[in-house]
Design a protein around this ligand. Structure first.
Ligand code: G3I
Length: 332
């Protein structure tokens, strides 16, 4: 089992899985696999703002509470994902007609209330997700940037930290989370300059590298260089959403043996790179979904997949794939 092998390491880390509340029924295949193999969970979407916040100051905690309670009851770490993300803004906040200052106050209230609600129950939060643009190193032009200005990321971290402290939680870890930084150095540079600002303000603990990778990219050297920049800054590192596509060119219609082996090698490489990080910088390595057939990848309209890809560790029957063996071998 993954977590058993990881826990035997001199410097273990959490092995995480993205989950949905509906999977957590006691005795379900998900539940059994989670308890055997994984030591951390991230909500795939049910702890985002559009799911929790139904109106100003009104929250639907039911589903998110179920996820957090599951982790807490089963000695599984709970990583909170994500407080602020431009793709999960609830309709009422998109439509908010107050001033910019009132908009910022709504975001502050949301962050404060959610961090307070889960204080002591959630070990870490992605405070802001994907604030940097893909093209050439500027901030992403989101509703948060437009309404709150360029310091909004720092403001959000400060509000999260203040809420945790006020609730008596002095060990909450605050992460900035983003994707595709390893092969895109303009984006990487901008992310690291943002991390510098957050470090200078003493509000950040770590960085999440999503790692929605393919069997070809990014290269080992690119990933190592990216992660080692975070090591140099003394940040904890969460490989936060790992999956490895094998059909990004839509050139196979079934999962071939050749691609299986290529994917296995790439999982092994990622785990090896992560495991080689200094102990102080390791936090968790999280896989973004359990079964291939439930992955977001084949359904994403921005990616070139006609419904066929096999990016995860388990097949549709909950059977381990060779990628799972690759993960285990990466720990040797
Ligand atoms: O909103 C309704 C909800 O009320 C209802 O209960 C549910 C029933 O299925 O449907 C909901 O829509 C969901 C939607 O997010 C809402 O935002 C979808 O089912 C759900 O599948 C969904 O997609 C998720 C997406 O983020 C948006 O939140 C994906 O599952 C998840 O894999 C994806 O994850 C993101 C990371 O958070 C950030 N990085 C990129 C990654 C892939 O896009």
């Amino acid at each position: 089992f993954l977590k058993v092998k990881v826990n035997k390491l001199a410097n273990p880390f959490f092995v995480g899985m993205a989950i949905k509340a509906s999977q957590l029924t006691n005795g379900s295949p998900y539940d059994i696999i989670l308890k055997n193999e994984f030591s951390s969970i991230s909500a795939e979407y049910e702890m985002k703002m559009d799911q929790i916040s139904t109106a100003s100051g009104i929250y639907n905690w039911t589903v998110a509470d179920k996820i957090v309670a599951y982790g807490n009851a089963n000695n599984i770490n709970v990583h909170g994902h994500a407080l602020v993300w431009h793709n999960s803004v609830p309709q009422w906040l998109k439509d908010f007609s107050g001033t910019d200052a009132e908009f910022a106050a709504e975001v502050k209230k949301y962050i404060t209330d959610v961090v307070t609600h889960y204080a002591g129950k959630v070990k870490s939060w992605d405070v802001v997700n994907e604030a940097v643009d893909d093209n050439g190193g500027t901030m992403r032009n989101t509703i948060f940037l437009q309404r709150m200005g360029p310091n909004y990321v720092k403001d959000c971290f400060q509000w999260a930290r203040a809420a945790a402290t006020a609730a008596g939680d002095t060990s909450l870890l605050l992460f900035y989370n983003d994707y595709a930084t390893s092969a895109n150095t303009a984006k990487q540079d901008k992310v690291f300059s943002l991390l510098d600002d957050l470090k200078a303000a003493k509000v950040i603990d770590g960085v999440g590298f999503q790692m929605h990778n393919t069997y070809l990219s990014p290269t080992k050297a690119q990933i190592e260089a990216d992660l080692n920049k975070a090591v140099a800054k003394g940040l904890k590192i969460h490989v936060s959403e790992l999956d490895i596509q094998v059909n990004q060119f839509n050139d196979i219609s079934t999962f071939t043996n050749e691609r299986r082996l290529a994917q296995k090698a790439k999982y092994k490489e990622m785990v090896k790179i992560y495991n080689a990080l200094p102990a102080a910088n390791k936090y968790a390595l999280t896989i973004w979904g359990m079964r291939d057939n439930e992955s977001w990848i084949p359904y994403n309209t921005e990616l070139n997949h006609p419904g066929n890809d096999w990016p995860l560790l388990y097949d549709a029957n909950f059977a381990v794939k060779s990628s799972h063996t690759g993960f285990l071998e990466g720990l040797d």
